[in-house]
Ligand binder design. Structure first.
Ligand SMILES: Nc1ncnc2c1ncn2[C@@H]1O[C@H](COP(=O)(O)OP(=O)(O)OP(=O)(O)O)[C@@H](O)[C@H]1O
Length: 858
């Protein structure tokens, strides 16, 4: 059966055998009279569809009933439908035109059917009239592109592709889809219109007839889907998060039942919490949480905390939990991503839409539960909008029936500002983002604990079992540990590793590497015959041929070479001078050059030399022992590192001033400059306030800042996963010159980096201002106090402070003289005729330290 016969359940050995040839013959206008068995069929082809049908019927009958050709056969029940089709077809011949005249229909006649739009997917629905379909497709749907003329390829939902010949009357013209649709309808090609078919399918789905299992398409989709999606939990019981968290969120959501669903709330069981009252000072976190969940509702029958804030590391299933719990509690989930919707108005609109509208999709209209994901990525303005929504006090919107009467416009406006009546669940990774602070105080906080490794590994085992892979628990536990129990990472890693595992299994690469690094076993008899002979047979030419054959048939030269490169140094080498290793490196170099030449010159005749590298490695390193082969990863790692280093260098060079940029390139920077530069920007700075630096130190700091700005380097504050704040050098060029095995570079202290970072900011501002003034000198004239003198910035600041202090004192003097009590004035000027006095405050502070000699105070 060919794929069309298969599709339409017909059987035809002859067709199967000669389907392709027949098509080509049909395309080339082969005279069918001369043909033997098919002659009847071909002869009638150009007459009408009715004829075709008869021929097809005859042929089918000959298959099914073994009756002589031409014997009439009783009509099948659905053939009246087919008849209708063919009656229409007689008027609208859909056969490709056989003569040039046919290309030009007389004006005013209806457009002919365009085979290019034949919807073959619909045929499947007409199971009871296979003959008609077979005939129609045999005539027009070709299995390969027609040798002459244009064609359109059509693929049905099973992936079967056919080619439809274009007719001249439409070639090159814009096709009006409505016209095509009407011509379809007129012909009744689908017998039952597609809309009706769709409705029938929908009905069958509704009544569960089509729930037996996934169709081919679905199965295909399943296999190509990510496992994280495929195995995403659908029910509460499938969740991996701890029960306490699940229960708390569900309880909080249930607090909304009264206002959302109008269900009466059960009186809280306060006996359990009584032990808290005995010692209210010491409440555990869970007790506090329970207390919140037991608290009374507010005036609108809403819980005290209108929003639940779920926080925790990524990939633990927070979003999944929120979705499942919300659905479980009877809500329609509306999710928005706060990092995506960064415009405040849009955010407001989305919140209002989700909290004030009802789901109208599906049979059951459900109230919405809004889930705001990644709220820690939202701008402060968005958080403020959310807070404003939570704190709305207007009661107008509570009952829409309340706003009848006068001033409809005003009411309408008020209704928009209605009080929040739907639960909102926010999700974040970092609870302590500054923008979240106000929300933290108004939210029911639920910290997501780490997933239990045992539970996670059990789930992973289930998933791998479902995918036909058996993985031992130790490996799964190790995977959980490596990923910090991140469900997403675990499942993805499992999927990727099974991918490479399958790949290796299929291609037998591991076997191949093993064959290369292991000597073939010589049979005892042969060993007894003599080593030379044994080598000749078990080794030498035979081994060469064997490895050559294996390597050529694998075809995976790149991966094969990577495997050889990653493993050859792990093999036992008896040669103390490492001559074999040098030879291997020469071979690798040769292979690399060969590959390069081949690809650059597109000279693939050189490819035949590629399998000789494994042969060379076999003769250099093959051993009797079973080798331990590692899957090659060094090339990928090196590529990733190179890309990261290049990106860092490019980022650094991108903002380097032109005068320096002309002198350095990426190569010179990475090979000559960078490692020294990193030492230069790490001077020894005293851990004191820069105001207290000596002039030499100040000069050093200023030079350092100048160098860093010139080379586009800066320090940026970052937070480690452990929550520790650090300053990191940006761009991250340290990694470019950091070689493994060498002692780590000297680092500046956190405080020194902080000082440098702050001073750099100031210096950048100063430079920007100077540049602005240089470009716009008019502004300089308007500003009388522009920094033009060579006096340093901190000196100016000090002078300003002193000036202000004097003014203040004068004011004070004026005030105090009035009341005749002024201690400072009574004391007179300080030592050195200074008006600044030091006052001794009892206590100790290490904030500012400076050596002060007694003589300076005298
Ligand atoms: N019990 C489970 N079984 C299988 N897969 C799960 C389970 N729980 C979650 N997942 C899958 O793990 C992935 C991560 O889940 P989810 O997006 O809910 O995590 P998250 O904590 O919200 O992460 P993020 O903070 O990055 O948004 C999802 O693709 C989800 O389908």
């Amino acid at each position: 059966m060919d794929e069309y016969d298969e599709m339409f359940l017909t059987e035809d050995d002859y067709d199967q055998q000669f389907a392709d040839e027949l098509e080509v013959l049909a395309e080339m206008d082969f005279d069918p009279v001369a043909a033997t068995k098919q002659s009847g069929f071909r002869k009638q082809k150009n007459t009408s569809f009715q004829g075709n049908n008869t021929a097809g019927d005859q042929h089918l009958r000959s298959q099914s009933q073994a009756a002589p050709a031409g014997t009439p056969k009783a009509k099948r029940p659905r053939q009246d439908v087919a008849k209708k089709l063919f009656e229409v077809s007689q008027n609208d011949d859909i056969t490709p035109p056989s003569s040039p005249e046919e290309f030009h229909p007389p004006p005013g006649t209806r457009p002919k059917l365009v085979p290019a739009v034949l919807d073959i997917s619909g045929f499947e629905g007409i199971l009871e009239s296979p003959e008609r379909v077979t005939t129609a497709t045999q005539c027009h749907a070709l299995k390969r592109p027609p040798p002459v003329g244009g064609y359109v390829s059509v693929t049905d939902h099973r992936g079967n592709r056919v080619y439809l010949r274009e007719t001249d009357d439409l070639r090159g013209k814009a096709v009006d889809p409505s016209a095509l649709r009407s011509s379809h309808d007129a012909l009744g090609l689908l017998v039952v219109p597609i809309e009706v078919l769709r409705e029938q399918v929908a009905e069958r789905v509704k009544f569960g007839e089509l729930e037996d299992g996934p169709g081919d398409e679905e199965e295909e989709g399943m296999s190509s889907r990510l496992w994280v999606d495929q195995f995403s939990p659908c029910q509460y019981t499938e969740l991996l998060s701890d029960d306490f968290t699940n229960r708390c969120l569900l309880k909080w959501l249930k607090l909304w039942d009264q206002v959302v669903f109008g269900r009466e709330r059960k009186p809280p069981n306060r006996t359990q919490g009584n032990f808290n009252q005995a010692n209210p000072k010491f409440k555990t976190k869970s007790q506090i949480t329970e207390e919140i969940l037991e608290a009374d509702l507010d005036q609108y029958k809403r819980p005290k905390y209108k929003v639940a804030l779920l926080s925790g590391p990524p990939g633990l299933g927070k979003t999944t939990l929120a979705h499942i719990i919300a659905r479980h509690a009877g809500y329609n989930v509306v999710e928005i991503n706060a990092s995506d919707d960064r415009s405040a108005e849009l955010f407001q609109k989305r919140i209002d839409t989700a909290t004030q509208m009802k789901s109208v999709l599906g049979a059951n209209e459900k109230p919405n539960c809004l889930i705001i994901d990644e709220i820690d990525g939202a701008p402060a303005a968005a958080i403020n909008i959310l807070l404003a929504t939570l704190n709305r006090k207007d009661g107008q919107g509570v009952d829409s029936g309340a706003d009848s009467g006068a001033e409809p416009l005003k009411k309408k406006k008020k209704k928009k500002e209605s009080v929040l009546l739907r639960p909102i669940i926010c999700i974040c990774n970092d609870l302590y983002v500054p923008a979240l602070r106000p929300l933290r105080q108004q939210a029911f906080l639920l910290n997501f604990p780490q997933t239990q490794p045992a539970r996670l590994s059990q789930r992973l085992a289930e998933i791998s079992r479902a995918q036909g892979m058996k993985v031992d628990t130790g490996t799964l536990m190790a995977l959980c540990e490596k990923t910090d129990n991140d469900i997403r990472s675990c499942i993805n890693t499992l999927q990727v590793s099974i991918g490479s595992w399958t790949f290796c299994q299929n291609k037998g690469l591991f076997n191949l590497w093993q064959e290369i690094f292991q000597l073939p076993r010589i049979k005892r008899k042969r060993v007894g015959e003599g080593l030379e002979e044994g080598l000749k047979e078990g080794g030498g030419a035979q081994r060469l041929q064997h490895i050559l054959h294996l390597a050529s048939s694998s075809g995976e030269y790149d991966k094969l070479t990577q495997g050889l490169y990653d493993n050859f140094l792990l093999m036992r080498v008896k040669d103390p001078s490492l001559g074999g290793v040098c030879d291997a490196l020469d071979w690798l170099g040769f292979s690399d050059r060969l590959n390069q030449t081949m690809l650059q010159g597109q000279n693939f005749s050189l490819m035949r030399y590629m399998p000789f590298l494994p042969v060379a490695f076999h003769f250099l390193f093959a051993h009797m022992h079973v080798p331990r082969i590692n899957y090659p990863s060094s090339q990928y790692e090196a590529l990733t590192k190179t890309a990261a280093s290049r990106n860092s260098l490019a980022a650094m060079l991108s903002d380097v001033p032109a005068c320096i940029r002309t002198r350095i390139s990426e190569i010179s920077l990475s090979l000559d400059i960078l490692s020294l530069l990193l030492d230069i920007i790490c001077p020894k700075l005293r851990p004191v306030n820069p105001q207290l630096f000596s002039s030499r130190e100040k000069q050093q700091l200023s030079d350092l800042i100048d160098t860093m700005i010139s080379y586009n380097l800066s320090y940026r504050q970052d937070r480690t996963p452990e929550g520790q704040y650090v300053y990191v050098l940006e761009p991250r060029v340290e990694a470019v010159v950091c070689f493994p095995g060498l002692p780590p570079r000297r680092q500046l202290t956190y405080q020194a980096k902080q000082t440098i970072s702050r001073e750099m900011e100031l210096e950048r501002l100063r430079r920007a201002e100077t540049l602005l003034l240089l470009r716009n000198p008019q502004e300089q004239e308007n500003r009388p106090k522009v920094v033009t003198s060579s006096v340093r910035n901190h000196q100016q600041r000090l002078e300003n402070i002193l000036r202000n202090t004097v003014v203040e004192i004068r004011v004070n003097i004026y005030t105090y003289t009035n009341i005749d009590v002024c201690v400072e004035v009574a004391m007179g000027t300080a030592v050195g005729n200074s008006e600044v006095w030091f006052r001794f405050n009892e206590g100790v502070s290490n904030a500012v330290r400076r050596n002060v000699y007694i003589r300076e105070l005298l």
